[in-house]
Ligand binder design. Structure first.
Ligand SMILES: Cc1cc2nc3c(=O)[nH]c(=O)nc-3n(C[C@H](O)[C@H](O)[C@H](O)COP(=O)(O)OP(=O)(O)OC[C@H]3O[C@@H](n4cnc5c(N)ncnc54)[C@H](O)[C@@H]3O)c2cc1C
Length: 370
């Protein structure tokens, strides 16, 4: 019998498994997909030298030394500093909205200390925002909202911004300077040989079975270990007894193109509703340190839609939060199971947050069992 059965090979399951092995525990891992790495899985595309992040572009960033030092045990990072552009009505602007975006959009030449007063003249909503549309207009005014937020949000969330909570927009701050780096963290980069080798190194000494769904033989798997670490969807674990949690999904269309550079940047957003995709990724721009095949690039169009079997972003309606709380109460009745990661916690986490969370859980668990 193993000490732990880990269900799911994403960062939560893999970090826990690595820590358990390092503390002399035996670990079995099962993964329903044909590969390890969860949503961070990457692969090399044919002979192009281009690394594809299969489930969407992943940029590692964090400010916390413990997480950074830990992940650097398993990879080196390049010096990629993430920047995002957006196309609106055929013109390219800088994201998140900053002084450059504002000056370019309005044809102005404002200085930083003039931005607040200028935006005041744009605001047509000044009450307490009750939804995303009101929140956005109160922050940036109607014209910027209509250009950069409304269409993109309708595509991304598949609903009217007036039906979404005001809190979502805090993830898109308005900057009063030309600072256009996407993240402000102390550490940032892309693993030089992609994400998958990180997991291969972490999971040395772990017995892994791919293409295995825990629920196909749940009782058999549960008997294989003293404790289960479950990183799959929480509603599925409890047989949807309180209902299905809502998720948004994304679909990717990959295209190989005979050109050395398609768009000049790793991620280009498309703000307008009449463009069906939300963004185009061009992964070669994540690895400026690599020598590419000069006449080839790969682009990946991202479409947002609903597919309950492919959970990507928790929708987090008030009804979802209430439902999750009921599932969280059931979790506390199962001390024989560790629940962790984005699917089991029904929460959007960045990679560093999942790693830090798994390290903390492992520390507590393994110090208690030694
Ligand atoms: C489009 C997109 C872009 C992102 N970009 C970034 C970024 O730039 N930077 C960043 O820091 N973070 C980013 N993230 C977040 C990042 O993907 C997550 O933080 C990370 O993948 C979470 O790891 P996890 O282990 O919790 O979940 P996952 O990676 O989803 O791993 C869970 C695993 O469990 C498996 N599983 C589920 N159910 C079962 C079952 N019944 N039996 C067996 N196996 C099962 C799944 O197949 C999966 O492999 C992004 C997320 C998305 C959706």
């Amino acid at each position: 019998m193993y000490d732990y059965l880990v269900v799911g090979s994403g960062f939560f399951g893999s970090v826990f498994a690595q820590q358990a092995r390092e503390n002399g525990k035996s670990v079995m891992m099962i993964e329903r997909r044909p590969h390890i790495g969860g949503n961070c899985y990457s692969y090399e595309y044919e002979d192009t030298g281009i690394s594809i992040h299969k489930y969407g572009s992943h940029i590692f960033h964090c400010s916390d030394d413990e997480t950074w030092n830990y992940v650097n045990r398993f990879t080196r990072f390049n010096r990629h500093q993430h920047r995002v552009l957006t196309t609106h009505k055929g013109k390219v602007f800088s994201m998140p909205i900053n002084l450059g975006t504002i000056n370019s959009f309005f044809g102005t030449n404002l200085r930083p200390d003039e931005v607040a007063a200028f935006l005041d003249t744009q605001r047509t909503f000044t009450g307490k925002p009750a939804n995303l549309e009101e929140q956005a207009i109160s922050l940036i005014g109607q014209p910027l909202y209509e250009a950069f937020i409304r269409g993109y949000t309708r595509k991304q969330w598949g609903c009217d911004p007036r039906d979404l909570p005001a809190s979502i927009i805090t993830r898109l701050p308005v900057r009063q300077s030309y600072h256009d780096a996407y993240f402000n963290d102390r550490y940032q980069g892309i693993p030089i040989d992609g994400y998958t080798p990180i997991f291969e190194r972490m999971l040395q000494g772990v017995d892994i079975e791919l293409n295995v769904d825990f629920f196909a033989d749940r009782e058999i798997w549960e008997k294989k270990a003293r404790k289960v670490v479950y990183t799959g969807p929480i509603d599925r674990y409890f047989d949807y007894c309180h209902g299905h949690l809502n998720w948004r999904s994304v679909r990717f269309e990959l295209e190989k193109i005979d050109s050395s550079d398609y768009q000049g940047v790793s991620v280009m957003n498309y703000a307008d509703e009449d463009t069906p995709y939300t963004r185009i990724h061009e992964p070669k721009h994540f690895h400026l340190e690599r020598s590419w095949n000069k006449n080839t690039t790969v682009i990946v169009k991202e479409f947002s839609f609903i597919d309950p079997d492919q959970p990507y972003y928790p929708v987090n309606f008030a009804s979802d939060r209430a439902m999750y709380e009921k599932y969280a109460a059931l979790q506390t009745e199962r001390p024989d199971v560790i629940f962790g990661g984005r699917l089991a916690r029904y929460k959007y986490y960045d990679m560093h947050q999942v790693i830090a969370g798994a390290l903390a859980v492992a520390r507590k668990e393994l110090s208690g069992t030694q």
